[in-house]
Design a protein around this ligand. Structure first.
Ligand code: GTP
Ligand code: MG
Length: 328
């Protein structure tokens, strides 16, 4: 550890336990630089620790060497903590499983949609991704009536009328259920990222018991704004940052992050499924569970678990009904 890091660490320890170290504690970051960083979205130690030097150079007009130093310092004080297996087991015991109305789907997911995780649902238009989002916003309130859902809506697809139907179907008071859902329209990818960052405030400042955060659709704005090969790297970098923010939310507040994703045709695939999820590895790797949804026979929907840390891959069918999801 360098002397500078040591000084920084001591400074951090002197602060109150619940007081987070601030960006201003970093070497060479005064109020003016902190302001520039903050307005570019680098408000927290974590944001800086995971940024690239180039991003900070652009955001705060600092030299690359200074940016490297700041990132290094942020990384050294971040609790990139190691936990024991026992700690994690205890944490796992607090995991809630949000059931769906379909027993098959619950079983596929080991009991329901897990908190503390990101679940990505990808599939073609009309496959039911947004329906599942509405269902989760309602179902999370079934076990705990103080539970709240945050719906980050990028395509203007949130429908209160649909929530009312689903709440009635679940035997809940529709007004109460609607009141416990916070909806925000995201007008572009930056706005979407900012909204995700603001969810922490709802929990820590407004003390809301947020159990589900929905981003529907995760990738639509990114896809529309970054067109062409040349912008792909930048798009992926931003998506990566967004995913990490969501992961941090899921992990630190034991909540479910549910994101939807479209698929694109892959003209190079001749055998098997010729579709692939948008966002590629960045989205796939950050997601804890991935569900591929497609339309099945007679109006049914087929959900396939394609990636899970502890469950076997499998496939189940269900139907979307007015009152909710049901087994066939
Ligand atoms: P994109 O956002 O376009 O990619 O599609 P999506 O995967 O989000 O599809 P969505 O969840 O919007 O699914 C739409 C389908 O759900 C419709 O085609 C209907 O089959 C079904 N659906 C939606 N609302 C109802 C309802 O009230 N009752 C019934 N029975 N089915 C519904
Ligand atoms: Mg949709």
């Amino acid at each position: 550890m360098s002397k500078q890091e040591l000084v920084l660490e001591t400074k951090m320890k002197e602060k109150e336990i619940d007081e987070q170290p601030t960006v201003m504690d970093l070497p060479g970051v005064g109020p003016a630089t902190a302001e520039k960083l903050s307005s570019a979205g680098y408000e927290t130690m974590m944001a800086i620790a995971v940024a690239s030097p180039g991003e900070l150079v652009e955001a705060a007009g600092m030299t690359e060497a200074a940016a490297r130093k700041v990132i290094q310092a942020a990384r050294s004080v971040m609790e990139m903590g190691f936990e024991s297996g026992t700690d994690i087991l205890i944490k796992r015991q607090n995991v809630l499983k949000i059931p769906t109305g379909s027993e098959n789907l619950n079983q596929l997911l080991g009991g329901g949609f897990e908190t503390g995780a990101i679940v990505e649902c990808f599939g073609e238009f009309g496959s039911g991704k947004t329906q599942i989002a509405h269902m989760l916003a309602v179902q999370c309130q079934k076990q705990d009536e103080t539970a709240m859902a945050v719906f980050i809506d990028t395509e203007n697809t949130f429908r209160p009328e649909r929530i009312i139907e689903l709440a009635k179907g679940a035997g809940l008071d529709p007004d109460k259920v609607l009141g416990n859902i916070k909806v925000a329209r995201a007008f572009n990818s930056d706005h979407q990222m900012l909204l995700a960052e603001k969810v922490s405030d709802l929990i820590t400042k407004q003390k809301l018991n947020v159990k589900v955060v929905i981003v529907d659709s995760l990738t639509a704005h990114f896809r529309a704004e970054f067109i062409g090969r040349g912008t792909l790297a930048e798009r992926q970098q931003k998506l990566n940052k967004h995913m990490h923010e969501l992961l941090r939310l899921a992990d630190s507040h034991n909540l479910l992050v549910y994101v939807t994703n479209q698929v694109m045709a892959r003209p190079d695939v001749f055998f098997g499924d010729p579709t692939a999820a948008i966002g590629g590895h960045v989205v796939a790797h950050a997601s804890t569970f991935r569900i591929y949804l497609r339309k099945g026979k007679k109006g049914s929907r087929v959900a396939k678990l394609v990636d899970s840390p502890n469950l076997p891959d499998g496939e189940v069918a269900f139907v979307v009904e007015t009152s909710g999801l049901k087994d066939i």
